[in-house]
Write a protein that binds this ligand. Structure first.
Ligand code: ADP
Ligand code: MG
Length: 613
């Protein structure tokens, strides 16, 4: 008796993408199936740690490749964990990984992220690129029943009970007419060596009457001598362990010796995954104990800000029976993490010497990496030194804190920054005018995380890091003989403005810091910046504690001079009121804030423009 079932909707989409638009190199299907077979062997080995009976009669874990030119079939067999009926339905009838499902939905809905596809593993379904029918015969380790799963990749699949001698999985591909080259052993040997040499289980190819041959090296890649591993092999291993398909930007293979011994083989991708900032993303490294796979995505092995790092850690010093739960408390795991982080940071430091190369990393991961300044207390300064920022003196390039310090004029005590949504808008912020006129550099920080790390890293190499609104008053432009409003007139104007803007701003003050702008918005000392407030508002966070805004006026600006005269003479009340509102709107716009009454602003501006013509 067999059950006919439909694929879930995402699977249809996935198949559609895979078959019609995905790979020009169809041969990668073999890499995917071998990779699954290897994962299945890893899982059985792991389960057997606590249930030795599972390995009874299994013998050596291995992967077999059986081509049959006459029948035009290719079989991939493993004696790993196998699947029961539920596994088959859950893993091969739906897309089990929620991330994958999201991705597929995204690609189909927007069509636009097709460029992402190339770096994306499609796994099992890639079999349908070359097969018109796929048949799976499988028995789960420790269970009696075996199952057969059949599908043509279009109409869903059928499952029925079957007979199978041992545990594990046999996947038979009934090759399409035009894909019969996948029964050619010379060709198969070539692609297995190319993509799957790093697999730690023997991959044995059946050569018909010529017997069998082990095609791969068969030892875990990380246990091999660095000098004997090619870039290609590292790259294929990266593809296998990360399920990413871009080039690794960094490959770091190391051995820690001493009290605690472990080997690491970790990679930094060259492109940002689409879900880097999604909270449900699964991160971490694969953990092996003495080459036995223990767990996927062990978050304890990496701090969150390095969540884009992929790879494995293998240590003989951890107990083999370590449970996934125990990983959290294990002090050795924490030591391995710290050691691995140090090595990654050290390597980043080397790579940072080449600006263009480093920017590949920075553009993809900088925003996540900077979280480390906030999160990782012990490496804070180092992470800051590896971070790059836009700056008023950087031109098109991003600068480091050391670049900044290196060109600080004598007498400048602090590193200054301003925060906002956009570099271009920030560059024109009126608050920068005094700094520009003095030739002082200001960092232009535009990522939300910048609001947070600047709260905790208040010093770097003895230099204070300060928001420009906290800068000392001695940063005032030189203007000895410039005309200026009389103090008592100015007082009348600021009182008038405060009355007009009552409720919008906490107060109106006079500043020496502006040159070309008549007014500017800032916040009272110690209040959260306007940018942070905006971020919180965008995330529906409280606005009950909105910062107290301060409108600063420039006493040298002709507009302010003229308005003061009007205010002092208590003349033209309507115009003073209207212009105050317009100036306030201008200050909001310069800050990147929305104005509350755009039609008033547009109408009045038009009126005054007409008068000037
Ligand atoms: P992934 O390997 O990324 O999980 P795949 O599409 O390659 O995605 O495989 C889907 C799932 O099917 C696997 O996670 C696994 O649970 C199951 N699977 C595939 N091949 C095998 C196999 N040879 N043995 C056991 N389970 C398998
Ligand atoms: Mg897979």
């Amino acid at each position: 008796m067999s059950d006919k079932m439909e694929f879930r909707a995402e699977v249809h989409k996935m198949l559609d993408i895979v078959i019609n638009s995905l790979y020009s190199e169809k041969q990668i299907f073999l890499r995917e199936l071998i990779s699954n077979a290897s994962d299945a062997c890893d899982k059985l080995k792991y389960m057997a740690l606590t249930n030795q009976a599972l390995m009874k009669g299994v013998g050596r874990l291995e992967i077999k490749i059986v081509p049959d030119a006459e029948k035009r079939t290719l079989k991939i067999e493993d004696n790993g964990i196998g699947m029961n009926r539920d596994d088959l339905i859950d893993h091969l009838g739906t897309i089990a990984k929620s991330g994958t499902a999201d991705f597929v939905r995204n690609v189909k809905d927007n069509g636009s992220s097709m460029d992402l596809i190339g770096q994306f593993g499609v796994g099992f379904y890639s079999a349908f690129m070359v097969a018109e029918k796929v048949e799976i015969l499988t028995r789960k380790a420790g269970e009696d029943k075996a199952w057969k799963w059949v599908s043509n990749g279009v109409d869903g699949f059928e499952i029925s009970e079957a007979e199978k001698a041992g545990n594990g999985t046999e996947i038979t591909l009934f090759l399409k007419e035009e894909e019969k080259q996948y029964t050619d052993t010379i060709y198969l040997r070539q692609i297995i060596r190319l993509y799957s040499d790093h697999i730690s289980y023997p991959i044995i190819m059946n050569l018909g009457k010529n017997g069998e041959e082990t095609v791969n090296t068969g030892s875990a890649l990380w246990t091999r001598n660095k000098a004997e591993i090619t870039t290609e092999q590292y790259k294929e291993f990266y593809h296998h362990v990360s399920k990413n398909f871009d080039e690794p930007w960094m490959t770091l293979h190391f051995k820690a010796e001493g009290n605690l011994e472990y080997t690491g083989l970790v990679f930094v991708p060259s492109t940002q995954p689409y879900d880097l900032f999604q909270p449900d993303r699964k991160n971490g490294l694969k953990l092996y104990v003495n080459r036995v796979f223990i767990s996927d995505k062990v978050e304890e092995l990496l701090p969150n800000y390095l969540r884009f790092v992929k790879g494995i850690i293998d240590s003989a010093d951890l107990p083999l029976n370590i449970s996934r739960e125990m990983l959290q408390q294990n002090p050795l795991v924490a030591k391995i993490r710290n050691g691995t982080v140090s090595r990654i940071l050290k390597e980043l430091k080397k790579r940072a010497e080449n600006y263009d190369d480093y920017m590949i990393f920075w553009n993809a991961f900088g925003t996540a990496f900077k979280e480390g300044i906030y999160e990782d207390f012990s490496n804070r300064e180092e992470i800051a030194s590896l971070s790059r920022f836009a700056s008023t003196k950087g031109g098109d390039k991003l600068v480091s804190l050391d670049d900044y310090i290196g060109r600080m004029p004598a007498g400048q005590k602090a590193i200054y920054y301003i925060t906002g949504d956009d570099v271009k808008v920030l560059e024109n912020n009126p608050q920068l005018e005094a700094f520009k006129s003095k030739g002082l550099e200001v960092l232009l920080l535009v990522d939300p995380i910048d609001e947070f790390w600047t709260q905790v890293l208040t010093k770097y190499k003895d230099k204070e890091i300060k928001h420009i609104s906290q800068a000392d008053e001695d940063f005032v432009p030189d203007r000895k003989d410039a005309p200026k409003v009389k103090d008592e007139d100015l007082k009348k104007l600021t009182d008038r403005m405060a009355a007009v803007l009552n409720g919008d701003v906490a107060k109106v003050t006079v500043t020496e810091k502006l040159t070309t702008s008549p007014v500017s918005l800032t916040v009272e000392n110690g209040q959260m910046s306007l940018h942070l407030e905006r971020l919180m508002r965008n995330h529906q966070q409280q606005t009950a504690f909105a910062s107290l805004k301060v409108l600063e006026v420039n006493p040298y600006h002709p507009l302010i001079i003229r308005l003061s005269e009007l205010a002092a003479a208590e003349k033209d009340d309507v115009r003073v009121t209207e212009m105050t509102k317009i100036l306030y709107d201008q200050a909001l716009i310069a800050e990147g804030e929305a104005i509350t009454n755009p039609s008033f602003f547009a109408e009045k501006l038009g009126e005054y423009m007409l008068k000037a013509l």
